[in-house]
Design a protein around this ligand. Sequence first.
Ligand SMILES: Nc1nc2c(ncn2[C@@H]2O[C@H](COP(=O)(O)OP(=O)(O)OP(=O)(O)O)[C@@H](O)[C@H]2O)c(=O)[nH]1
Length: 399
Amino acid sequence: MRITEHSSAADFSDTPYGRQLLRGFRLLLFKPELEAEFRRFLDRQARGAQRVAALLLIVAVGGYLYAERVLVPHDDPQWLSRLTVLRLVELSPGVLVLLLSFFSKTYQARANQLFPMLLVLIGVVAAIIDIQYELAAQPYAFRYGAGLLIISSFFFLGMTFWHSLLCALSIVAIDVFMASQILPSDRLPEHWIAVSYYLLLLVIGAISRYVHEYSQRQQFLMRKLLGWVAAHDALSELPNRRSHDEALRQRLAQARRDDVPVSLLLLDLDDFKAYNDRLGHPAGDALIGEFARLLASFARRPLDQAARVGGEEFALLLYDCTEDAAQQIAIQVLAALRRQAIAHPASAQGRVGVSIGIATLQPGQNAGQLYSAADAALYRAKQAGKNRFAGPDELPAAG
Ligand SMILES: Nc1nc2c(ncn2[C@@H]2O[C@H](COP(=O)(O)OP(=O)(O)OP(=O)(O)O)[C@@H](O)[C@H]2O)c(=O)[nH]1
């Protein structure tokens, strides 16, 4: 894969992000692993907005409550107490969300599961309040809260389109059910007008949220793809030097915490200049690709990493791996390359070989020092005749 100004999603079909772009996502759903990653991204993006929404709910409902109790005259105290209780129930999820969002890590991780339920709860209470107003035929009425919630379920709250749609439909359905149960039949036509207004808001909200989420998903994939391109080498498709350096630092820190050994193999294809000169640059490129695939098959565990760190130079980072185990892996790499028997017209053994330097993390060593130790071992392997590995102490062994 080469990155050019004419690159398209098809050029990145070797990455999960490119594959998803190519496959499309009209139903606003990615493959499961990517979907989980997207949900986390959505959740992080919406955290601030969720707090603002909770605050808005508290202020708005608190304002209505104040107006209903203090400013607007009502002649039925029982009705007013019922309304006050409903308003307090409507307001409480706002307080809960606000408190949890600041103090609970579990909530922060689960916010997008809790939010739809709270939203439907508030929507149902708002619908009951609407119906109570209709029932009482009050001259002054703070109504249509359910409509506002339907429209807000599609925005700001970090819920996916499908969750929002489900919430909004549930609010409308519960509203219709409750109205049919509570309101006398002569009041129902007036309520159906409110429901038609809710449905209109639902359609407008759903269309806007669909378009918005589609572009959010596109943006997410493009960002991820950009990150992938910055961290990988285009020819071998392995992580590049920058990402190897980052991985090395991370693994060393983790290894110290876990108290496990880490080994680093540096591998350099032998007489590569001569290979290029005799067979041409494209053949050299193909050899880099072939060796990269072979090396990647030795990064078997999740925290291992094979990377291309220079022209014909590679690194194999092995987590929880002692020096002896690293030597065994080096022997296996040499054997695998020997089995492939790639012809090299200018090498002593007539086939492509590789020199390997091994270093294992020592107490007090940092990433740079470990890399230098592996590089020094690689130099010794080259000096001793190539196509072999060398560790820090022992004599280089031929492959
Ligand atoms: N085809 C191709 N060649 C590359 C690439 N990157 C670096 N090279 C070539 O790799 C060669 C490396 O040559 P040297 O550093 O002399 O190493 P060598 O010939 O392998 O010699 P030893 O390491 O001593 O065995 C140079 O000729 C570079 O042009 C690449 O991406 N593709």
